[in-house]
Ligand binder design. Sequence first.
Ligand SMILES: Nc1ncnc2c1ncn2[C@@H]1O[C@H](COP(=O)(O)OP(=O)(O)OP(=O)(O)O)[C@@H](O)[C@H]1O
Length: 472
Amino acid sequence: MSADLWQRGCERLAAELPEQQFNTWIRPLPAADVTDEGGDMAVASVQVPNRFKLDWIRNQYAGRIEAVLSELAGKPVRLDLTLAAREPQAAGTAVRAAGPRAFAQALRQTPAPNEAPHPTRPASESPTSAHLPRHRLNPALTFDTLVPGRANQMARTAALHVAGAPGQMYNPLFIYGGVGLGKTHLVHAVGNALLADRADARVLYLHAEQFITDVVKNYQRKTFDELKAKYHSLDLLLIDDVQFFAGKERTQEEFFNAFEALLAKRAHIIMTSDTYPKGLVDIDERLTSRFDAGLTVAIEPPELEMRVAILMRKADLEGTPMPEDVAFFVAKNVRANVRELEGALRKILAYSRFSQKDINIQLAREALKDLLSIQNRQIGVENIQKTVADFYKIKVADMYSKKRPASIARPRQIAMYIAKEMTQKSLPEIGELFGGRDHTTVLHAVRKIAAERQKNTELNQQLHVLEQTLKG
Ligand SMILES: Nc1ncnc2c1ncn2[C@@H]1O[C@H](COP(=O)(O)OP(=O)(O)OP(=O)(O)O)[C@@H](O)[C@H]1O
């Protein structure tokens, strides 16, 4: 594969995209590392400096980048976006963008001072810079483009309600769920809907990480009044991934102040997180109890019919309708979350465009060959987590949460043990899938349960039932 593929791709994108968009999002990216995957597919790996940029590029440009690279390479090229490691991690290592936990963990590894998460990021590079509208909403993420279904019914209904009557019921609204299930999409939808209704509404979308950055900046400059003026004057504050506040005391304090001020003047606050308020760790109780004081709703992984609907809808939006039988085939095989569905769809579209063949099951099977062969070989960790959580009557979210009571920690260890026994995944991969835990935690769980199984017949029996269910 030609080493300058990325360079040529960028030249093409520079010609195609508006200059400002190209300069903001594509030009600053480091050159991709392009590798062949089994000959008929290549992977272009690109490190992105932060999660906000990563999500934005994935949502806005990934399809286009893949299409351009595929055309230039003469074969399908998959784009693999990863979060670049921050100092002080060794240069060249990357934190895979598998979920907020992994990223939060990377953040926590940054050195003192306690709250200086981005010592190396120049202000001009921040996603809060003038390249974006002040509210920082992505106009593509609306209620119209969000496919409804059982999995998001409660959250969507509550969000619609808030968009229609902010500052009244369900304040604050707390939305939680696993990665890639549409939390970010939903909060943007509320902001966009409110602005469509009232163009002068003061709305702000922020990833929690950006709030932290703001607090640090104002702390250094001793400009807390500005910070207050900015946040306390809003009508709607949308704040994503609040679990990132963990361990950041000063940020929590400022957020608490903003929170109280906004509620007092009946502005609305919507937050998202990877776990429910009481499941948050290293966040002051004073805050978590307030998070829970309005309405807390979960977004679950979508069921089969919803996955089919999402695929068909997104394919339509791309201008390449997907036949229903193909959508069922893909949805049956790609189950983890919507982001993965989007990835599968992109692969199929790129494959179809490149080979100039219509989309059918055969083509989908070829495009998703790698993914399907992995799945056929092994039972998914997600399935293990669900089965074990059902069996011990805990929430699936507890599998990724940092909660430690024995009633949760034990089923989690059992799930890790089964994941090691029944899948091909490595200890670090399993740790990652259990909320970004260290591989030594997984190893400890595996050894502990394996040893106990020898002595404890009741546990052995339970494990047996679980294993049969999973094989079933
Ligand atoms: N119901 C849905 N209909 C259409 N698109 C969806 C739906 N749910 C999620 N998506 C899409 O899936 C992708 C991932 O969603 P989103 O970024 O909102 O997930 P998230 O829950 O915020 O994940 P994370 O915790 O990783 O930030 C987005 O491109 C979003 O538009």
